[in-house]
Design a protein around this ligand. Sequence first.
Ligand SMILES: [Zn+2]
Length: 472
Amino acid sequence: MFILALKVFLLILYQVHSESDTKSYTELNGCDIGDLADEIASYDTDVRDIIDYVVSGPFKGKTYYELAKFVDLFGARPSGSKVLEDSIDYMIQLTRQEGIQDIVTEDVEVPHWVRGTEKLSMVQPRIKDISILGLGRSVSTPPNGLSAEVIVVRNFDELAKIPDKDVEGKIVLYDPKFISYGETVVYRSQGAAKAGAKGAVASLVRSIAPFSINSPHTGSQNYDDNVTKIPTAAISLEDADLIRRFYDRKEKIVLNLTMSSTYDTKISRNTLIDLKGTNYPEQLVIVSGHIDSWDVGQGAMDDGGGLFVSWAAPLILKRLNLRPKRTLRSIFWTAEELGLVGAYAYEEKHRKDNHKINFIMESDEGTFSPRGLVVAGTPKARCIVAEILKLFESINATTLVESDSPGSDIAVLIQKGIPGASLHNANERYFWFHHTEGDTMNVEDPEELDLCTAFWTSVAYIIADISADIPR
Ligand SMILES: [Zn+2]
């Protein structure tokens, strides 16, 4: 009884803190993977070789150097743009220079939303310019803009309680407190649809970020088919707070909003780079990041870092002559930002071969100091990954975080039952810069990128090479 109670307690404890270093993970979960544990431990020297090669050897600083060259040359790479396609061609060339020839691209029809003029001014209670960034797919205002009174709500419940007649003709400002990105982002992604349904003429959202230096954060949003599409944009935390204070003082706030944009579709491409497996070339371990970005900043962090650590993995293994038994595939997803468009297209195209994906990885939440992995899969799958993470004590990357939906693009495949993981890293400041003009090389650090590259390459190599498949 006591043991059972203890187990239940530990289980509860574990669920509350669903993050633990792998030693306590394997103990807490009673992991027993038999001889495989010894086999995994034997990769110790390969891991050391990869880390040495990347952190202090010939590859030192290379990830940062190539990433900087890339984002300086292309800058932002929005879905549907020519610059995105040029950047894809560049990455193919860069990879070919390494003697890797197994590269294919797959066409995908992607959204092409182009930001035009955007201007927001407060006209009452005082004149003030307000920085904005329109949200993805936002419709335009009339050419001369629109002026309307503002109502401020913290959440959808508050909006629902206001009679429609008091919302009609107004601008709704969502002013949610940032809890986590996942919990708060609904006010960006669904705000316009819900405000439009109540007759608002436009909607604004407090940027989905915990910190701000007057920087609005853009992002995707979706209209409802049967609701009038209204223009929608993000404002900075500072201006949201200012408007909130006026509102709480019962002052009438009037804003003038002008926005223009165009929207159509274009053909883009997912890029697949294979380092063919020696024994089971049809079996895949995938590493990935998305090559598109928002149209502001340089997309260095989101997701240039993830793109480049995934680009580096097959290349480093080739250089070190570490050929895994299964094929290591590196994927550069297109049009992630407008709704995981590349990932959905890949899943659909390769659906009959989904069973051949042994494990799928993506880095899309920063490439700061690696801490470990966020892992989806069965308990046994997680136990195997936990055993692998034990090899990364020297770089402090042994943490396993449980999640049923890690990553962004790969969530599309993980939902189909494929085990996978995203990079767990020291990304506490990720959402300070996310989807802003501040997403530049200044956020990146060469040594942290080296650690991510070494970690990413090593984990992918071991999973692609061990005798056991990752169970489903
Ligand atoms: Zn991203």
